[in-house]
Design a protein around this ligand. Structure first.
Ligand SMILES: [Zn+2]
Ligand SMILES: [Zn+2]
Length: 608
């Protein structure tokens, strides 16, 4: 009887121990299988996750995420402990801890956002230069096991009975660009952004629109003030100052001008300098974690909106560019505030009248210029004569010694739903930016619709991959995305994309960020081809039918094709008598599928 009780106690104890790390009793597991380290087998593991007892919030998130996805893959929930316990010999060490496992880490090479994942005996170490780097390392490791983080509503997590890792595993990575923004609203999701290593928290409209990444998720690079760009008006508001001080604003044709969006600042005015410096101090007080202070021209409808007073004219003449006063001014502000805000970058635009660099002025070391690329959309920067001037300008800025970000447009702003076959250029451009030493990329898309009726999510995913590594296997990423995001419809959607890109590239059709869909495809899509494209979408819908989310994705992405047919009155829209009703039905479908903008700032009119 007693013996029975002892046995029962022993069984209960083993059960409790097993449950403590959420797995069955792992003591029978070998350390290795097939020459590789055995992390998990049959829902059992000898490993525990180890954090510093003083871990940053983002390192705790990294440990929780690793635990969550390993559980999801294998059914085994690893215990999380801290480094005050003695090493157990089987550990996954997350972030910077007191464990003696970092001998092979090159912290200088990794910088703040790089990471290293390596195996040392039976310890797996995942650590970055900061909490953000460690998070990136965890997701990198999970991707190596087959996880994919395509979209906020689309992830792939393989089911694995056994998780093995090479005994000499080592993966060290760091980003190609220190500033990485995919400014598509469908890509603003905090967790997705961290999983895809997008680190910009630039925002607009009094910080109400844009990406936000909390310290728990590693934080990001946010701008000071109400928006990341076009903020002269916020630095020195017309309403506040024009009446009493018209001399603060652009002199145009001999007259100081206040008209909103037609005017800039008089940058050689001493009061303007003081007001701007003080306003920046206020903004930094409101958001002390800001890393970039934007000082940039209003988005004027009139290109010649710069100040032409005698002082401004003189500098711009000397510098042979209207960027002369701008750089002179931003340098002054950056010098003035550099001791107060040593970790902050002062950023301005090379845009419209300021597209060319100054002839003599050199940038202060804490100044960055964001060059806005106006270009032929389907063609890579280096492969199209229409893009030659953009390339020439970028290289002039670099030769003049400026640190550059680029602002690349990746959607059609006049028609968010216009089919935009511009994916061929993404990788070539990213490689060009990297090879030229450009520090950051702001890839702007449809920043208003939280879901895209074109291919915003696919493009965001590919862009994020490229901003981390411009030489990544983009075709593989694309195929994986199509098959996961569109489910059974992925192959057909891929065919559609190939046909559209082929048409535009084979016929050397050029278009830009505001072209009309009808013009882009004029004469390219024959009636037979239209029927073929119709069939592709019908097949894609049918093939995704048994997967609700994939079907939603297919129908949403089909909107851009239906939009083209609506504008060009083709296919079902060639029925003139029913055109109004069909257009109304299309608008309603947009609403049902969550798409609410036809173009930048213009909501779709609802019909019921
Ligand atoms: Zn002036
Ligand atoms: Zn071109």
């Amino acid at each position: 009887m007693k013996r029975h009780i002892l046995w029962i106690l022993a069984i209960i104890l083993i059960g409790v121990c097993g449950m403590m790390n959420g797995c069955k009793d792992p003591s029978s597991l070998p350390d290795m299988e097939n020459g590789r380290n055995l992390l998990v087998k049959d829902e059992m593991s000898k490993y525990q996750i180890v954090l510093s007892s003083e871990a940053e919030a983002s390192e705790v998130t990294a440990a929780n995420e690793l635990q969550k996805y390993i559980k999801s893959m294998s059914g085994c929930s690893l215990e999380i402990t801290d480094d005050t316990s003695a090493p157990s010999g089987h550990e996954i060490v997350i972030g910077q801890t007191a464990r003696d496992v970092y001998g092979d880490f090159d912290w200088d090479w990794m910088g703040e956002e790089g990471y290293t994942v390596l195996v040392k005996d039976f310890t797996l170490v995942i650590a970055g230069g900061s909490g953000r780097g460690t998070l990136y390392g965890v997701y990198g490791f999970l991707e190596s096991l087959g996880c994919r983080f395509f979209a906020p509503d689309c992830e792939t997590v393989p089911k694995l009975e056994t998780i093995l890792i090479d005994a000499d595993y080592r993966d060290s990575q760091r980003p190609a660009f220190s500033f990485r923004d995919v400014f598509w609203a469908c890509a603003f999701d905090e967790e997705w952004s961290v999983k895809q290593r997008v680190n910009s928290c630039f925002n607009l409209f009094n910080r109400t629109l844009g990406r936000s990444i909390s310290p728990e998720w590693g934080g990001g690079i946010s701008n000071a003030g109400p928006q990341h760009v076009h903020n002269f008006e916020m630095l020195v508001p017309v309403d506040k100052y024009f009446e009493s001080h018209p001399e603060y604003f652009s002199e145009i044709n001999g007259k100081r001008t206040s008209e909103f969006l037609y005017s800039q600042l008089c940058l050689t005015n001493e009061d303007v300098f003081q007001i701007v410096v003080n306003q920046i101090r206020e903004w930094m007080k409101e958001n002390p974690d800001s890393k970039v202070v934007p000082i940039s021209q209003n988005d004027s409808y009139v290109i010649e909106s710069y100040c032409t007073c005698e002082n401004c004219k003189q500098i711009n003449r000397q510098e042979r560019s209207y960027s002369g006063t701008l750089i002179w001014f931003v340098n002054r502000v950056a010098e003035e505030l550099k001791d107060e805000f040593p970790d902050v970058i002062f950023e301005t635009l090379a845009y419209q009248f300021s597209a060319l660099p100054p002839r003599n002025l050199k940038p202060a070391e804490n100044v960055i210029v964001r060059y806005c690329i106006s270009s032929c959309a389907p063609h890579a920067l280096t492969e199209c004569p229409a893009n030659a001037s953009a390339v020439e300008n970028i290289e002039k800025w670099l030769e003049a010694g400026f640190n550059l970000y680029v602002w690349d447009y990746t959607t059609n702003f006049a028609q968010y739903l216009c089919p935009m076959p511009n994916m061929e250029r993404l990788q070539k451009n990213a490689q060009y930016f990297y090879e030229k030493g450009i520090k950051g990329v702001f890839a702007q898309g449809n920043y208003q619709d939280p879901v895209s009726g074109e291919f915003g999510m696919l493009r965001s995913y590919l862009l994020a991959k490229l901003l981390w590594d411009p030489y990544t296997d983009l075709e593989q990423h694309k195929q994986e995305f199509l098959n996961a995001y569109y489910g059974g419809g992925g192959a057909k959607v891929g065919e559609y994309l190939d046909i559209l890109h082929g048409l535009v590239l084979d016929h050397n059709r050029e278009f830009n960020l505001v072209s009309n869909a009808v013009d882009i495809f004029q004469g390219l899509i024959t009636d037979e081809m239209l029927a073929e494209l119709d069939a592709l979408w019908a097949d894609a819908v049918a093939a995704a039918e048994d997967d609700e989310t994939a079907l939603l994705h297919v129908r949403r992405s089909e909107l851009q094709y239906r939009y083209y047919k609506m504008l060009s009155k083709r296919g079902e829209f060639s029925d003139e008598e029913n055109y109004e009703a069909l257009a109304a039905a299309f608008n309603n479908d947009c609403g049902e599928l969550g798409v609410s903008y036809f173009s930048e700032g213009n909501p779709i009119p609802w019909n019921n």
